[in-house]
Ligand binder design. Sequence first.
Ligand SMILES: NC(=O)c1ccc[n+]([C@@H]2O[C@H](COP(=O)([O-])OP(=O)(O)OC[C@H]3O[C@@H](n4cnc5c(N)ncnc54)[C@H](O)[C@@H]3O)[C@@H](O)[C@H]2O)c1
Length: 255
Amino acid sequence: MTLEGKVAIVTGGNSGIGKAIVIALAEQGAKVVIDFVAHEDATEELEKKVASMRDKAIGVKADVSKVADLQRLIDTAVQRLGRVDIMVNNAGIETRTSILETTEEDYEKVMEVNLKSAFFGTQIAAKQMINQGDGGRIINISSVHEDWPMPNNTAYCVSKGGMRMLTRTAGTELAAHGILVVGVGPGAVETPINKQTMDDPAKLKTLNQDIPLGRMAKPHEIGAVVAFLASDDASYLTATTIIADGGLMQSGPGL
Ligand SMILES: NC(=O)c1ccc[n+]([C@@H]2O[C@H](COP(=O)([O-])OP(=O)(O)OC[C@H]3O[C@@H](n4cnc5c(N)ncnc54)[C@H](O)[C@@H]3O)[C@@H](O)[C@H]2O)c1
């Protein structure tokens, strides 16, 4: 498996799963554009780490909930690294509010960061890949919650359910251009988004008991799945989601 000569973009790439994806892609030889909105220092540190693996990484500040920023992100990748082969729509947030309490503002923010960003990230990256003429990979970081209800996190589940259909529909539509679109559905991963659970020993114990593998995933275990999906070895996967949850969906009652 090698990604030598490929250029990848990872949205929300300076934290948690995104950071692990950046490292996994760079380890296979890809040049990586690290999109971020916050923590510029963390992005610079990550750029240096990736550059020390002999390949180039650049950080680009872009709010992926805005189509103009997404366009600038992809244009910058092309201007500075020459092309785009792999687009990873990873940025995501959650509000953890009940459907009874979710405000219009909460709803719109979750939809814009999680779903609108992936929709237009797919559209703009696909146009660039079609211009290049030799296909590409679009990888949507979804969740087990694209399928599995999570009470008190309704807007998040709705956004990931939308991402599920984005992956299936765009994958079907873009297959003619050799662009493969695949989702990755992690279960519970040790990242800042789960700080509340990880900081609460009782909650963490219950969660771990619900996971057949007995523990949350490490971010690099999701990065490895993405690196495989970005490679030539994953040439017959499209319009589907790879669930990486340690068995959680088959047994747990929910987070
Ligand atoms: N951690 C888990 O258990 C888990 C499980 C399933 C799915 N996921 C998904 O994985 C993805 C990454 O989450 P994570 O766990 O690494 O959390 P995280 O909070 O560490 O990372 C989220 C990233 O998205 C970025 N982001 C937020 N709003 C943005 C915007 N407007 N523009 C650009 N970037 C923005 C953040 O700055 C951060 O870098 C999310 O889509 C999340 O839904 C996480």
